[in-house]
Design a protein around this ligand. Structure first.
Ligand code: UDP
Ligand code: MN
Length: 321
C-alpha cells in the first residue's frame, strides 16, 4: 500500500513538471506575426475579379438605374435582364433595371423614352445607364462604376461591334443625374432610328463635359459585347419624313427633359430567372405640328400622301360605278 502511494506521488510530480515546462515554452516563443496578418487579410480581401479590374467589393454608396428604351424585343429582354443583373452583381454595383416600354402607335423614340425613364426613377438613383436591350457586356473589365469625372461611354467606338466613329455615344452610356439634368436630358425630336445619340453628344460638348471610355481592355470589337441584332426580323426604321432630315441634323435647343410629354399606363415587376426588372409602359405624346414625322408612314407613303391617295381612289370608284 505504501509502495503504491510513493509511485502515485512520483507520477504526479512528473506531470506537474511537464505542464510547467509547457507553459514556459508558450510564454516565451514569439508568435509568427506575418502569418497571423495573412490569415486576417484573406478573410477581407477581394478575390471577386481575376482580371485586375480594381473594383471594390465594398458598397460605394452610389445607385445605378439602368434605363432601357424598349418596344417589341422580348427575345432580347429574356437574355438581357439575367445577364446584366449578374454582371453588375459581380461588380458589386448597386442597381435596378427599368424597361421603358413604348406602348403607342407612334414611331419609336429612344431619346424620349430615356427622358421619361429618368423622370420616373431619378429619386431612386444618382446615376443612370442608357442601355440598349440588345447589347450584352461580355468583358468583366467594363466598369459600370459611378462616372464622377463625366459621362462614361461603355460601348466605345473601339469596342462596339457596329459603330466606330469618334463621337459615337450610343449603345451604353453612364451619366450622373447631375450631368443629365445639366444638359436637359435628350432631344424629343428623334422619331424613328438614329441621330438622337449624336445630338446628345453635342449637348455634352456644349456643357464642356468630357466623355470618358474604357481603356486597355483585353478584348476588341468582336468579343467585348454580344449584339443580339439580326437586321431582318429587327428592321431599323430609317425613314426620313417631311423635313425630318434637315431638322434632326441640327442641335435642338427647345426640347428635352423639361418638356417630354407622356402618359404612364402601367408599371409591372418582372422576374426573369431570379433577376428582377420594372417595366413601365408609356404612351409618348407627339406635337404633330412641330414633328409630323412622329407618325409612321403607311404603305410607303407619308400619312398625308396616303390620305390624298385614298380619297382620290374613292372618287374614281364612285365615278366608275
Ligand atoms: N429599340 C427597341 N425597339 C425598336 C427599336 C429600338 O426596343 O423597335 C431599342 C432597343 O433597346 C435597342 C435600341 O433601341 O437595343 C437601339 O435600337 P437598334 O438596336 O435598332 O439600333 P442599333 O444600335 O442596332 O443600330
Ligand atoms: Mn441593335
Amino acid at each position: 500500500m505504501r509502495l503504491l502511494a510513493v509511485k502515485w506521488m512520483r507520477t504526479l510530480t512528473v506531470c506537474i513538471m511537464c505542464s510547467l515546462l509547457l507553459s514556459l515554452l508558450i510564454a516565451f516563443v514569439p508568435i509568427n506575426n506575418s502569418q497571423y496578418l495573412c490569415a486576417k487579410q484573406s478573410a477581407t480581401s477581394k478575390p471577386l475579379f481575376t482580371a485586375g479590374t480594381g473594383f471594390d467589393r465594398h458598397e460605394s454608396g452610389h445607385k445605378l438605374a439602368v434605363i432601357v428604351p424598349f418596344r417589341d424585343r422580348f427575345d432580347e429582354l429574356l437574355l438581357f435582364v439575367p445577364h446584366l443583373d449578374a454582371f453588375l452583381n459581380r461588380q458589386n454595383v448597386s442597381h435596378k433595371i427599368y424597361i421603358i416600354n413604348q406602348s403607342d402607335n407612334l414611331r419609336f423614340n429612344r431619346a424620349s423614352l430615356i427622358n421619361v425613364g429618368y423622370l420616373l426613377v431619378n429619386n431612386d438613383c444618382d446615376y443612370i445607364a442608357m442601355h440598349d436591350v440588345d447589347l450584352l457586356p461580355l468583358n468583366a473589365q467594363l466598369s459600370y462604376a459611378y462616372p464622377a469625372n463625366g459621362p462614361f461611354h461603355i460601348a466605345s467606338p473601339e469596342l462596339h461591334p457596329k459603330y466606330h466613329y469618334k463621337t459615337f455615344v450610343g449603345g451604353i452610356l453612364l451619366v450622373t443625374n447631375e450631368h443629365f439634368e445639366k444638359v436637359d436630358g435628350m432631344s424629343n425630336r428623334y422619331w424613328g432610328w438614329g441621330l438622337e445619340d449624336d445630338e446628345f453628344y453635342a449637348r455634352l460638348k456644349e456643357a464642356q463635359l468630357t466623355v470618358n471610355r474604357p481603356h486597355n481592355l483585353s478584348t476588341g470589337i468582336n468579343d467585348t459585347f454580344l449584339h443580339l441584332h439580326d437586321r431582318f426580323p429587327r428592321k431599323r426604321d430609317y425613314a426620313k419624313l417631311y423635313n425630318q432630315r434637315e431638322v434632326t441634323r441640327r442641335r435642338d435647343r427647345e426640347t428635352g427633359l423639361h418638356n417630354v410629354r407622356y402618359e404612364l399606363i402601367g408599371k409591372k415587376r418582372l422576374t426573369i430567372e431570379d433577376s428582377e426588372c420594372v417595366v413601365y409602359s408609356v404612351r409618348l405624346v407627339c406635337d404633330v405640328r412641330s414633328t409630323p414625322w412622329c407618325q409612321p408612314k403607311t404603305g410607303g407613303a407619308t400619312s398625308k400622301q396616303q390620305q390624298q391617295k385614298s380619297s382620290s381612289t374613292r372618287k374614281k370608284k364612285k365615278a366608275g360605278a
